[in-house]
Design a protein around this ligand. Structure first.
Ligand code: UD1
Length: 434
């Protein structure tokens, strides 16, 4: 298996392009199932998770054409769901990526039935889909679990009907599934305690362009007027706020002066405030965000992960890498996922001083991390080890690179262009050097 090797101690300088948002692109692709007309998506990142969603959609009968972006820009994807051949999303595809469950709402709404494998657990926690199912049942769906599959059907006339869905707590995926289903339902749907993430707003923008009438996306109450049919549309995926935050934190760890091209600071206001509190300069400049950290180390700041607009759980591991080398201590509390501290022992192997107690980690900053062979069990944990490696003395070798391929478009190229000493070791070389 490939590895990534980082030789630490070099500051980052230059310009680093931010790709389209993975977590926006995945539901947008699923929305192609809602219409027989083509959907055109620009600024799609090149990622393993995007390829996984494309495999699922292709197996349902969606035709997908991809035009590669020029000069490292995002791809343009055209999806046509005019000849769906199946409404079954099988286990071998769904288990690879939990976001596959986003095909459930659109399939059910357009074809009156869907059979989707339960995604199962994942490294960061149990992650059930009960809120998705409960919400769809409020729109009149009948849902059964059989042999590990969700079997869903619409009322006898084949069409979901608008309803009121009050989520007991905030779920990004459930809000997205319900938005898509409601866009083809008969009448008005109201989502109460909906997720407010920018990716929800992006999906609502697409659904509106397809003909649905949506009010309140980005607030906790969303009203959707369903349509009998939806049309095709052209849409540009928003910049990836998690990738933006990750590279901003990389500058915090390694030091330097980098412009994150295409980044939108409005999407990560809470993160920017936290970075400023820690002593990292972040300012909006023409075409992006400039991030600077000079000779002084960052200082410890406490954070708690929360649903948007709070500090995102998807940046918790990276922030912990940054706090590992801060002056002073930081208390990091994870409130979204119950098991999202797998990076802690690996950061510990690099010399970090971190104690976990229930959902909180006490990070006591050390002056210097040291390189080590490390591995992680999920996407954001893996990238936190890359960040730690950028600031460490010596070499850090990160295994299980496929996690990074899931969510970071051209990570090695982007960091290399900013002066990092980072390389990908193909499987044979990695094995020979082990
Ligand atoms: C999305 C993001 C993921 C991010 C997460 C939280 C995508 C593709 N993924 O995941 O990167 O970390 O939001 O910001 O956009 N839950 C239930 N029952 C449900 C649904 C969720 O108990 O039916 C729980 C989850 O286990 C978790 C919490 O709710 O503890 C939040 O999960 P949710 O917002 O649904 O996350 P995802 O949509 O899976």
């Amino acid at each position: 298996m490939d590895q990534i090797r980082v030789h630490g101690g070099r500051p980052l300088t230059g310009r680093l392009p931010i790709s389209g948002a993975k977590n926006a692109a995945l539901p947008l692709m699923a929305a192609s199932l809602l219409t027989a007309e083509p959907l055109n998506l620009a600024n799609v990142p090149r990622l393993a998770d995007i390829a996984s969603m494309a495999s699922i959609l292709r197996q349902l009968g969606v035709r997908i054409d991809i035009a590669e972006g020029i000069a490292g820009g995002g791809d343009t994807m055209t999806l046509s769901a005019d000849e769906i051949v199946s409404t079954v999303a099988p286990y071998d595809l769904v288990r690879k990526m939990r976001a596959s469950v986003l095909v459930l709402g659109p399939l059910l709404a357009r074809f009156g039935e869907a059979t989707v494998s339960l995604p199962g657990g994942c490294a960061i926690g149990n992650r059930p889909v009960d809120l998705h199912l409960k919400g769809l049942s409020e729109l009149g769906a009948t849902l059964d679990i059989e042999n590990g599959y969700i079997k869903a059907s619409a009322p006898s006339d084949g069409r979901l009907r608008g309803g009121r869905v009050a989520f007991p707590f905030v779920s990004v995926g459930a809000t997205e599934n319900l938005l898509m289903a409601a866009a083809l339902a008969d009448g008005e749907t109201v989502l109460v305690n909906a997720a407010r993430e920018p990716e929800i707003v992006d999906l609502a923008r697409l659904l509106t362009a397809m003909g649905a009438e949506i009010e309140g996306a980005g607030t906790d109450t969303v009203h959707i007027q369903g349509r009998e049919t939806l049309s095709g549309a052209a849409h540009r995926v928003i910049p990836d706020r998690i990738e933006t935050g990750t590279y901003a934190m990389a500058v915090g760890v390694a030091g330097g002066d980098v412009v994150l091209e295409g980044a939108d600071g409005d999407l990560i206001a809470a993160v920017i405030q936290t970075l400023r509190d820690a002593g990292v300069l972040v300012e909006a400049v023409e075409g992006g965000l400039r991030v600077v950290r000079g000779a002084d180390p960052v200082v410890g700041v406490d954070v708690m992960t929360e649903p948007y607009p709070g500090f995102p759980t998807d940046l918790q591991a990276q922030f912990m890498a940054l706090m590992s080398v801060a002056r002073g201590a930081s208390m990091i509390t994870e409130t979204i996922f119950e098991n999202r501290f797998m990076h802690v022992p690996e950061l510990g192997r690099m010399g970090a001083n971190i104690n976990v107690h229930h959902a909180s980690a006490m990070v006591r900053g050390v002056p210097q991390l040291t390189g080590a062979p490390v591995m992680a069990t999920d996407l954001r944990a893996s990238v936190s080890l890359v960040l730690a490696g950028l600031g460490a003395v010596g070499d850090t070798t990160i295994s299980r690179v496929y996690h990074l391929d899931r969510g970071y478009d051209r990570l090695v190229e982007k960091l290399t262009a900013c002066g990092a000493a980072i390389e990908r070791l193909p499987a044979e070389r990695a094995a020979a050097e082990e």
